[in-house]
Design a protein around this ligand. Structure first.
Ligand SMILES: Cc1cc2nc3c(=O)[nH]c(=O)nc-3n(C[C@H](O)[C@H](O)[C@H](O)COP(=O)(O)OP(=O)(O)OC[C@H]3O[C@@H](n4cnc5c(N)ncnc54)[C@H](O)[C@@H]3O)c2cc1C
Length: 396
């Protein structure tokens, strides 16, 4: 690496990756008066308009609180709150309805397009004086030197900070440059996302039905719109992708529960491979990984982005209240807290997958777990609060 940190642009924290997780951390730190350099390989996001985008995420209570703490406003007209989560299996032998009111909450959170959230965060970054966004560039090398870490960019610039954070997604360059390896698992499943318009207005309930080949789910969007998620084997999904809109509409009306009603339009569709990945370490010398750079979980519980934002929340609190952002003790605390929580989420989503998509005896166990959740309110309450990123044993 060429420059020393005397010749480099200095910040309190450098964040690589301006996706939802990286931008949220930058906004939270910038809002607390920190100097942040945000490196994004793409352009600043464009304003969302027109039809709803395919990439939709649920944001739970803790994630929403974190986004609020950064001073970011989510546009209400493109967000859809949900108050109930309905989980069942296809043959009707297991069913559980989770309601926010049972946990003294107004709602479980909101569904929002990924691009709407990312745009709102970048709008906030644009008015925070401590935040500098370096777009269309990426790191090519990084080196810890004394109490700083240097990052050399492919546009010739060098930045330095006491802490560099990798929020550059599942194929993180920063993770690779730091020599951190991952464990990896392929579910041999794809999720086909289909945005539709419906005859019926969608309500404040998100539902998921487990079938032997994978779950099918409906995420409500504002008005008469919904985002459908159809998990299936690679081959079945690829065959379904060849269908024209009318044939796909017919296939959905046949496979999905009648409560969806008739479809008036297939707006957009795409499919994504389902994989799990976990970094062997979240930290290095004056370096931390957050979001998908640290972990990728099965999306069936809608928690991947949420746990990424919880990483950012935990790290932000340690940075804001500590003296040195990259202090080893702080980073060690971050790793311990977040690895435990993320490992638990990976185990939970993994067991959901194997319980409901596996062979018949496993599926019977899955049915039993839904019965337990439905019949024991205390168990249900704990499950709901954990899914919301809240501590179920803390008094509110
Ligand atoms: C089908 C599906 C459905 C999902 N549904 C949900 C849901 O309902 N709820 C939920 O919580 N999660 C959900 N997830 C997971 C969620 O989408 C991810 O966890 C989330 O997008 C991760 O955000 P991130 O910011 O960590 O990474 P990313 O979104 O991958 O962002 C990484 C950013 O870094 C930039 N970048 C990459 N490399 C470099 C580089 N070398 N230099 C500079 N910049 C770089 C990229 O351009 C990008 O802007 C779902 C995932 C899938 C596949």
């Amino acid at each position: 690496m060429q420059g020393s940190h005397q010749q480099s642009q200095q910040h309190d924290v450098i964040i690589v990756g301006g996706g939802m997780v990286g931008a949220a951390l930058a906004a939270r730190l910038g809002n607390a008066g920190k100097s942040v350099g945000l490196i994004e390989q793409g352009d600043a996001p464009a304003p969302p308009e027109g039809d709803y985008d395919l990439r939709i995420s649920s944001l739970n209570a803790r994630s929403l609180a974190f986004i609020n703490a950064s001073g970011t406003q989510l546009p209400e007209e493109r967000s859809c709150p949900f108050r109930h989560i309905d989980v069942a299996n296809q043959d009707g032998t297991g069913h559980s309805l989770f309601s926010a009111a049972d946990s003294d909450m107004d709602d479980f959170g909101v569904f929002v397009e990924n691009r709407t959230l990312q745009y709102a965060l970048w709008q906030r970054l644009a008015v925070l004086p401590g935040v500098t966004c370096y777009t269309q560039c990426a790191p090519i090398s990084t080196l810890a030197s004394g109490d700083m870490r240097l990052v050399e960019l492919d546009n010739g610039k060098t930045l330095s900070a006491p802490l560099v954070v990798g929020a550059d997604g599942a194929r993180s360059t920063l993770r690779e440059l730091a020599g951190i390896s991952v464990t990896h698992y392929d579910y041999h499943q794809r999720a086909m996302i289909i945005n539709v318009e419906t005859e019926l207005p969608q309500q404040d309930v998100s539902w998921q039905v487990f079938t032997p080949t994978g779950p099918i789910a409906m995420l409500p969007l504002p008005g008469q719109r919904a985002s459908l998620v159809w998990y299936d084997s690679d081959d079945a999904t690829k065959a379904r992708e060849q269908l024209d809109d009318d044939a796909l509409k017919a296939a959905i009306e046949e496979a999905f529960p009648k409560r969806l009603g008739k479809l008036t339009r297939v707006v957009a569709r795409a499919s994504f491979p389902i994989k799990r990945q976990h970094a062997k370490r979240y930290i290095g010398k004056r370096l931390a990984l957050i979001g998908d750079a640290a972990h990728v979980v099965h999306p069936l519980a809608g928690q991947g982005l949420n746990i990424g934002l919880h990483d950012a929340d935990t790290l932000a609190e340690l940075i804001i209240h500590g003296r040195d952002p990259g202090d080893h003790i702080n980073l060690h605390r971050f790793e311990v807290q977040r690895r435990l929580a993320n490992q638990a989420m990976i185990a939970a989503t993994d067991s959901f997958h194997h319980l409901f998509t596996g062979a018949r005896p496993m599926r019977q166990l899955g049915d039993l777990s839904l019965h337990i959740a439905e019949r024991i309110p205390f168990a249900k309450r704990i499950m709901m609060q954990q899914a919301n990123g809240l501590n179920p044993f803390k008094r509110r």
